[in-house]
Design a protein around this ligand. Structure first.
Ligand code: AMP
Ligand code: MN
Ligand code: MN
Ligand code: MN
Length: 312
């Protein structure tokens, strides 16, 4: 090459002007799992969007438990702040006697069988709240329903955290962790799950709405690797196409192992903080590092790609 020609480095040639995030490991400013006051989160949807903006998150999903009620407010705030918000939710379901959560990423909102599904979830939560209240009263929490309602601070559907807070407020347990460990956690008296639809049903609702079903926090069900594989098989057989590879903070070796399990089944990978309230260890966008894997990021799913291409 003559000395007067400027060499063009291979790196410059390889990179487009505005590179789209093509690998999970390169994900920055992305969080596809968060809660607001529409379910058991502490911040209003608008306040949550402001916090996300402050923290540099610009591609996100609000995923409240069993409801899209917070999405309209979040969408307005996200639009004003120039962030790309994907409507979403986190559906409660049951599989083999366990309470399994499925995030629905819903670019078209609620449509098809999901509409009736959401009505059924709201009713199931009311009936379940009454049952949890009866059980907590037997365990010493008088007027349990009213106290849980007071903790919720609005007329949104109740969840186990509302009962946990009521138990702490009444001095029955020292903190929320203890309330779950003794009374409300998996397999305890307050873990009422009979009313939830089967895992396969909620996956069908999400697909019917033109969304992508994402198995939420697969490492938080206390499963062995083998049983987790069976859950992933059931989820995949039902039509589920994605799974959270990273949810908040988790062990790096376990993450790598989980990536193999997802890869074997051709699942897309998602990630999220599962943020609920400020002041704890988890903030929007905070999660363990994402290892370099061959998993396709969920935002490249054909049903979502158009939304995120614009934001790239
Ligand atoms: P529910 O939606 O009523 O089944 O309640 C489940 C919610 O309880 C989860 O989404 C968490 O926000 C919360 N939760 C579960 N386990 C614990 C725990 N050990 N300590 C505090 N909160 C918890
Ligand atoms: Mn929650
Ligand atoms: Mn969950
Ligand atoms: Mn969640």
């Amino acid at each position: 090459m003559p000395m007067n020609e400027t060499p063009v480095s291979p790196a410059t040639l390889a990179e487009p002007a505005s590179p789209a995030v093509t690998s999970l490991a390169d994900a920055q400013g992305i969080d596809f799992h968060m809660h607001s006051t529409a379910s058991d989160g502490a911040l209003s949807p608008a306040a949550l969007m402001s916090l996300c903006h402050e923290r540099g998150i610009n591609r996100l999903s609000l995923t409240d438990h069993d409801t899209l009620d917070g999405v309209a407010e979040a969408q307005e705030a996200a639009d004003a702040l120039g962030m790309t918000l994907l409507p979403g939710l986190e559906l409660s379901s049951q599989w083999q006697g366990m309470n399994i959560h499925v995030v629905g990423l819903l670019p078209q909102g609620a449509r098809g069988s999901l509409v009736a599904g959401l009505e059924a979830q709201a009713k199931a939560r009311v009936t379940r709240g009454e049952e949890i209240a009866r059980r907590m009263e037997k365990l010493g929490l008088s007027d349990a329903l009213a106290k849980a309602r007071a903790q919720a601070g609005s007329d949104r559907p109740l969840g186990r955290p509302d009962f946990a807070r009521a138990m702490v407020a009444d001095g029955l347990v020292k903190d929320m962790g203890t309330a779950f460990k003794k009374y409300l956690g998996s397999g305890k008296r307050g873990d009422v799950k009979a009313g939830w639809p089967y895992l396969s049903e909620v996956v069908e609702w999400i697909n019917d709405a033109g969304g992508v079903a994402v198995l939420a926090h697969p490492l938080r069900y206390g499963l062995t690797r083998r049983k987790r594989g069976l859950l992933l098989d059931a989820f995949t057989a039902a039509g589920g196409e994605a799974c959270e590879l990273v949810s908040g903070f988790q062990n790096a070796d376990v993450t790598r192992d989980l990536a193999r399990q997802l890869d074997e089944r051709g699942l897309y990978g998602s990630l999220g903080s599962d943020f609920h309230f400020p002041g704890g260890p988890v903030a929007p966008g905070s999660m363990s590092p994402v290892p370099r894997t061959s998993l396709r990021p969920v935002w490249q799913h054909p049903r979502l790609a158009a939304l995120f291409a614009e934001a790239a």
